[in-house]
Ligand binder design. Structure first.
Ligand code: GDP
Length: 480
């Protein structure tokens, strides 16, 4: 076979992005299991943050595709923040039942900024609750007009459950890649990008990278920004040892002296990190919507689900996982300016030291209610950095009464308790509208001092606040 690299094309690198729980992992697993003849790897399911798969379609087309696996969103963001993007095409995963959500919007903003071709995968299409027309309408609003509405964006209904639409999606990826004519630049100097990194207790620093140009070889002297190393081992996405990796290939490198950051560029010579190139993550996310970036680790899937369901819209879930907090969690939190919440999982001393060095905040608790409160109070601090408070109670205004021209709020207490004299935030659409105090509480006709979660009451505030139905009341104690 001739390998005239001037005429060769490299596989497209595809980032799969979307709101959490919309089906990224399931879709990637389905593609992988359907199209990869998984080689024996000692019975260990090797997980690296990206994989390459050879697709053979029923229409006779075939080709290699490299997918950046979850947390693709975090990795993509980190790469963009460092100005070193490896992505050619984005598959934007949107659940056909839930439609465009907070993280979908952020992904769309990033895709637009990076000016990348996008294919929308409308996942969970097997569910009766799907609403494709609603989602397409939302896409029009976001300026990603679907082809059938006269726009440029292909929207493919898929189901990772029964496999519908997956062939069509892969076909379209290959077609896009063909149009883009992605040249294989094997002869160029090495250029790779870190998509995941961790400190392995037995193997030392491990970095999953994607080679963009040149060939990464065993024994190479390498540099990831300020970190140096020598390639001691290269592992492909099946965990198999390989000798070299060509453009488009995802590979794990062993041999760095320290753990490089996600998004760091890798080369055979030291690279200057241009500080102007490192964009603050806040400008990658939608700057108009302040959100608290968080990473959650929990003991089991069940509690993780419960935690995820408790989150408000002003939280941006970077990623979640089950099991002890590891270096990768800390590094991911650092690169995405996130805070780390650990529910009922161990956080070792080494991890705590790493977090201290990397200036990553870790909140730990064995009580689910406490973790939810910690998250909520961090959100409040983000919205109003001047406050240092502990939330003591939360409620919603569900009614309004007037007694002798005084407006009284009918409040349903949803969490904790509230006491006469407590300082409270009046919140609307996740923003603090006003800070005030509880002047009085009435339960039925009785005047009471305190009210607990699960009860309704009439409440007055001083100073006066112009509340509305649906506003939230957050009672807090200033810990300073
Ligand atoms: P991710 O957070 O975007 O990676 O989402 P996951 O892949 O973890 O999927 C979230 C949930 O949706 C899981 O419970 C999946 O089983 C479910 N799910 C994903 N894809 C489909 C699909 O095509 N059909 C149905 N019915 N459920 C799906």
């Amino acid at each position: 076979m001739t390998t005239n690299s001037a005429n060769k094309f490299r596989p497209p690198i595809v980032a799969v992005m979307g709101h959490i729980d919309h089906g990224k992992t399931t879709l990637l697993d389905k593609i992988r299991s359907a199209h990869v003849a998984l080689k024996e790897s000692g019975g260990i399911t090797q997980h690296i943050s990206s994989y390459q798969t050879e697709v053979k379609l029923k229409n006779g087309k075939s080709g290699l595709i490299t997918f950046i696996d979850t947390p693709g969103h975090a990795a993509f963001c980190a790469m963009r923040t460092r100005g070193a993007d490896a992505t050619d095409i984005v598959v934007l995963v949107i659940s056909a039942t839930d439609g465009v959500m907070a993280q979908t919007k952020e992904c769309i903003n990033q895709i637009k900024k990076a000016n990348l071709p996008v294919i929308v995968a409308l996942t969970k299409f097997d569910l009766d609750t799907r609403q494709p027309e609603m989602v397409k309408g939302q896409l029009v609003e976001m300026d990603l007009t679907p082809e059938e509405y006269g726009g440029q964006v292909a929207v493919i209904p898929v189901s990772a459950k029964n496999g519908t639409g997956i062939e069509e999606l892969l076909d379209l990826i290959l077609l896009n890649a063909e149009i883009m004519e992605l040249k294989d630049e094997s002869d160029a100097p090495l250029e790779a990008v870190v998509v995941e990194s961790k400190l392995d207790t037995t193997r030392g620093p491990v970095a999953a990278v994607i080679v963009k140009k040149g060939i990464l070889k065993l024994g190479d002297q390498i540099f990831a920004e300020e970190i140096t190393g020598k390639v001691k081992a290269l592992l492909d996405s099946n965990g198999k040892n390989i000798k070299e990796a060509s453009p488009g290939t995802p590979v794990e490198i062993l041999g760095f002296e320290k753990v490089p950051c996600v998004g760091a560029r890798v080369a055979n010579h030291p690279l200057e990190v241009s500080s102007e190139k490192i964009v603050d993550v806040k400008t990658v996310f939608d700057p108009d919507i302040p959100r608290l970036n968080i990473v959650i680790k929990a003991d089991v899937e069940g509690t993780l689900e419960a935690l995820k369901n408790s989150l408000s819209d002003d939280v941006n879930l970077i990623y979640t996982g089950v099991g002890p907090v590891n270096d990768n969690d800390v590094i991911a939190a650092k690169t995405s300016h996130a805070e780390l919440f650990a529910f009922n999982v161990p956080v070792s001393k080494t991890i705590k030291n790493l977090a201290d060095n990397e200036k990553v905040l870790i909140f730990e608790s064995k009580i689910i209610y406490e973790i939810i409160e910690d998250i909520q109070s961090q959100v409040l601090k983000m919205l109003d950095p001047t406050i240092e408070d502990t939330i003591v109670g939360e409620g919603t205004i569900i009614a309004e009464f007037k007694i002798e021209k005084v407006r009284i709020a009918g409040v349903k207490i949803t969490k904790g308790e509230m006491t006469k004299g407590d300082s409270v935030h009046l919140m609307r659409d996740a923003k603090i509208i006003k800070n005030t105090q509880i002047e009085g509480i009435r339960q039925g006709k009785e005047i009471v001092e305190k009210i607990k979660a699960g009860h309704d009451c009439g409440m007055t505030f001083r100073p006066y606040v112009d509340f509305k139905l649906g506003d939230a009341i957050i009672a807090y104690k200033n810990s300073k």
